[in-house]
Design a protein around this ligand. Structure first.
Ligand SMILES: CNC(=O)NC(=N)Nc1ccccc1
Length: 314
């Protein structure tokens, strides 16, 4: 089982290599592509907090100077970790897609700009002059291992088309496996992703069992009803991919999300034991929001993230 973790929005966060040197994380979601194209040909925008040098591709909100990220992703991959680029996140800027055509353009843009480098369609020295003939390479020649949909606002238009278009791109390469994941809120049906989950193939779903008290994992810890992992298994059984791995998403510290939804390691242990044993095939592991919070949440000399890894490995 795996620990998936979000990186990129931590306050005063260390560079990515600091986290990839730790064995406790298996999948790292780099957040966020926080502005979506509003028409075919439009550029997305990105935000990785303190990790880039403030330069943008001309005429866009797409960061072009994320030196530490493009230097460190290969180190993470060499350490056997999967690095996914996360779309959406908590800040509601232009986070809606107008239609399926724009969604498919968005998938094309992300694939050619952050997927495998192809000098026929992308340029390492992109300028506005190239706007119509080449895609930029925000992480240079580095290719991520896939894309994560942390879609939190503005409805579900386009996401099934996005995923299906991205799956078509994945089918054109055979030398590397690429992944697609999603991070729905725990209330069923999730307003943003339920259509995409039903009509397109996800490898992983890490449900945010926090921030929505009615279905948070803290209900399990407090002995109240509401935690709905079982119902999420049913959602997956009715989806386009019955083999989707289902992760329990948790805050990595008391202040990382809604404080009432934080579980101590001692409360996480029985939660994992119950659901790992109830659904051995479907249970994928734990997702943590987020890396810096987990790193700074030290309990008995061990980080929260490390405690989670030890709970999964028993
Ligand atoms: C997995 N994605 C998130 O957890 N996104 C997110 N915005 N979380 C959040 C953290 C603190 C307050 C509100 C939302």
């Amino acid at each position: 089982n795996n620990v998936a973790i979000y990186y990129g929005q931590g306050s005063g966060q260390d560079r990515l290599s600091h986290f990839c040197e730790q064995t406790s994380m298996d999948i790292i979601n780099i957040g966020f592509i926080n502005e979506f194209p509003q028409s075919v040909g439009d550029f997305p925008g990105s935000n990785f907090a303190n990790q880039c040098d403030g330069s943008f591709f001309p005429g866009s909100s797409l960061l072009s100077g994320c030196h530490q990220i493009w230097e460190d992703i290969p180190k993470c991959q060499a350490a056997g970790k999967k690095v996914l680029l996360s779309i959406g996140g908590g800040s509601a800027t232009a986070q809606s897609l107008p239609d399926d055509k724009t969604a498919e353009w968005f998938a094309d843009f992300l694939w050619y700009s952050f997927g495998p480098y192809n000098s026929k369609v992308a340029s390492l020295s992109w300028t506005t002059a190239l706007l119509t003939t080449a895609f930029p390479r925000p992480f240079q020649t580095v290719a991520v291992d896939g894309f994560d949909l942390d879609v939190e606002y503005n409805g579900g238009v386009g996401w099934a088309a996005f995923v299906n278009r991205m799956r078509w791109h994945y089918s054109t390469v055979s030398d590397k496996t690429y992944y697609i994941s999603g991070s729905p809120q725990c209330q069923i049906p999730d307003a943003q992703l339920s259509d995409a989950i039903k009509n397109s193939v996800f490898d992983f779903l890490w449900v945010q069992f926090y921030n929505t008290p009615s279905c948070a994992a803290s209900n399990f810890a407090n002995g109240t009803s509401g935690f709905n992992f079982d119902q999420w298994v049913d959602v997956i059984q009715a989806s386009a991919n019955k083999d989707t791995k289902l992760f329990i998403g948790l805050p990595a510290s008391k202040t990382a999300a809604n404080p009432g939804n934080y579980l101590t390691p001692d409360q996480v242990q029985p939660l994992v034991e119950t659901y790992m044993n109830a659904y051995p095939k479907q249970f994928g592991g734990l997702m943590l929001w987020e890396a810096t919070a987990g790193d700074e949440n030290v309990i008995d000399g061990t980080t929260y993230t490390e405690h989670m890894k030890e709970i999964l490995y028993g």
